[in-house]
Design a protein around this ligand. Sequence first.
Ligand code: PCA
Length: 317
Amino acid sequence: MAGSIVLAFSAGAQAQTKWDLPSAYPASNFHVENLTSFIKDVDTLSQGKLKITLHNNASLYKAPEIKRAVQGNQAQIGEILLTNFANEDPVYELDGLPFLATGYDASFKLYQAQKPFLEKKLNAHGMTLLYAVAWPPQGIFANRDIKQVSDMKGLKWRAYSPVTAKIAELVGAQPVTVQQAELAQAMATGVIDSYMSSASTGYDTKTYEYIKKFYDTQAWLPKNAIIVNKKAFDALDPATQAALKKAGAQAEERGWKLSQEKNKWYQQELAKNGMETIQPTAELKSGLSEIGKRMLDDWLKKAGADGQAMIDAYKKQ
Ligand code: PCA
């Protein structure tokens, strides 16, 4: 009875649209906290016309499947880790390259240089970019003493993207691709003993239960992007489209701040739980930046004129 009354009311008022939003990260993650606020903002700004349901922790789609789900409109909106899709197009790889942009300011500049090309690529596949937010700087989690790149030989290295797998190869480690949702299990079962990521992921996956050292290399800041199916977007009325865009712009601004603020908190939590944060030696830094240079050269060869234009736009800022 009650159900049919509610139905009658909502059908009588303006039509309501329901979207699904898959994310691969857990509720404790700052990206997901930000998504939760974004969804509330969309509800308020659209005056209840657009209702988005969050499916976090890879519960609806696994991380590598989310982009295709949005492209096919199985999910109308979704969160992707851009660098996961490096094999599809070099534009997705750019913010996953080590030592190209290492702090938040540089990463934001890199984003501005990358954005028009990212938008073009997504549009060509029936999607649009709503916003993107950087993960905190990437460091190395390992139990070993690592003073130079050669100390990483033979590590069982968890990779989350083609780039992190490539780094493993270049340092002589054995890459195993594992997405964050399966990372705790991979550590518990000994499938991997090291990886490169942020303090945020170290916290989300309780890495301190298995690994005791975090080398704070600040190597790069990959981004998560919120992408929308274009047909689903075009089907919204103009006021709802504007509401979505506004909430997206707010989420982008809030997300970049949250990433920085919570990174400090995540690092404190890691320390409280017995993880030692170690500053990388000069040898380790220079070894890794050599690898970064090689990877950038390879990237520029693949990315052609667009790639050069992105790097030039980045350096000009
Ligand atoms: N965490 C994600 C990607 C980048 C990051 O900091 C992960 O480790 O899967």
